[in-house]
Design a protein around this ligand. Structure first.
Ligand code: ZN
Length: 347
């Protein structure tokens, strides 16, 4: 079935074998992107309709959403996916890891062609690790929300502020957050992280999203004194073990046609601290990927965490720092939820 670029697509509904019907415009937007996983064949009929609604578009996104996970003990995670019925399935018979080339367009298309029901079920109580393995570069963006820049008293950056997080900070979404030795000012930051799928070097903003495999939730845990008062780069306050919880899953980018429409939230000890939307990002996702690719040849499996909305502990009066026993819960549209417990450093 072909698509006429100039057709009034919002006047048509598309049906699929699973019975979902949604505006043809939504599908056409996916089809124009290189990453469409061959789902074109699933369209069974098209009909005229004048009442296509946003909720139908949301159903469309749900149906094609692919959620990839890594499960098992730390360092020994297996690849998996969460199917449409929220069942954890084992992918280890198909691929060795959710990493590297498996995140490329061809690699993800291969996974998308599998019938999830043909994959073995896995024990749903297993620990989840980071949904991306073998992360090469873990790059973060500072002060990327206008409302967060305002709460910190910092001016709006003219260009994206970049810093590194050590890849050894990466943990699973529900692992404990360890308050480091001598740390007195541990803080939280709910963020959406970009996972790179194709090498990106000097890519334009128009091309940028085609280099993105997908997105996951990130808690950019931050030691504020080490970040700001110890001289030099922010990396010092952003890199300790457990400072980079990722997951629970990687949702592929075709399920998030507009990464600037993601709501984010974070609670500490049952109290809502952060509420925001990627709509208030100063530099949107496509700009960040393009901008960073000027300086870095981004590789499949690289992770870029994109900045946090307002509500960090440092901006409160007095500041509120993470205490042992505090539970941090955070989430985002399509991205699932994380839950960590603050633990004092021992040893
Ligand atoms: Zn951050």
């Amino acid at each position: 079935m072909g698509w006429a670029e100039d057709a009034p697509l919002h006047r048509f509904l598309v049906s699929t074998p699973l019975g979902a019907r949604y505006p043809a415009r939504v599908i056409a937007n996916f089809m124009r992107r290189p990453r469409h996983f061959g789902r074109r064949v699933y369209v069974t009929s098209i009909e005229r309709a004048s009442n296509a609604t946003p909720s139908l578009a949301e159903d469309a996104v749900k149906e094609i959403e692919m959620r990839l996970v890594r499960f098992g003990d730390a360092g020994q995670e297996k690849p998996g996916l969460i199917d449409a019925e929220h069942v954890l399935r084992d992918l280890s018979g198909e691929i060795d890891d959710i990493a590297g080339q498996h995140l490329s367009r061809a690699g993800l298309a291969r996974i998308a062609r599998l019938d999830p029901k043909s994959l073995p079920k896995a024990d749903p109580s297993r620990r989840l690790g980071s949904p991306v393995g073998n992360v090469g570069n873990f790059i973060a963006v500072g002060l990327n929300y206008a409302d967060h820049a305002a709460e910190t008293g910092a001016p709006i950056p003219k260009e994206p502020i970049l810093f590194n997080k050590a890849t050894s900070s990466i943990v699973g979404p529900h692992d404990d957050v360890i308050i480091p030795k001598r740390s007195k000012s541990l803080d939280w930051e709910v963020e959406i992280a970009i996972v790179i799928g194709e090498v990106a070097h000097n890519v334009s903003e128009e091309e940028a999203l085609d280099h993105v495999a997908g997105y996951c939730l990130c808690n950019d845990v931050s030691e504020r004194e080490w970040q700001k008062d110890r001289g030099g780069q922010w990396m010092k306050g952003k890199s300790a073990p457990t400072f980079g919880p990722l997951g629970p899953w990687l949702v592929t980018s075709d399920a998030i046609p507009d990464p600037q429409a993601i709501d984010l939230w974070l609670d500490v000890a049952g109290q809502r601290m952060q509420t925001g939307s990627t709509a208030t990002m100063i530099f949107p996702v496509k700009t960040l990927v393009s901008y960073i690719s000027e300086f870095v040849a981004l590789q499949p499996g690289d992770v870029i965490t994109t900045g946090t909305p307002p509500g960090v502990g440092a901006a409160m009066t007095p500041p509120r720092w993470l205490r042992p026993g505090d539970i941090i819960a955070l989430g985002g549209t399509h991205l699932g939820e994380q839950r960590q417990t603050g633990k004092a450093f021992a040893g």
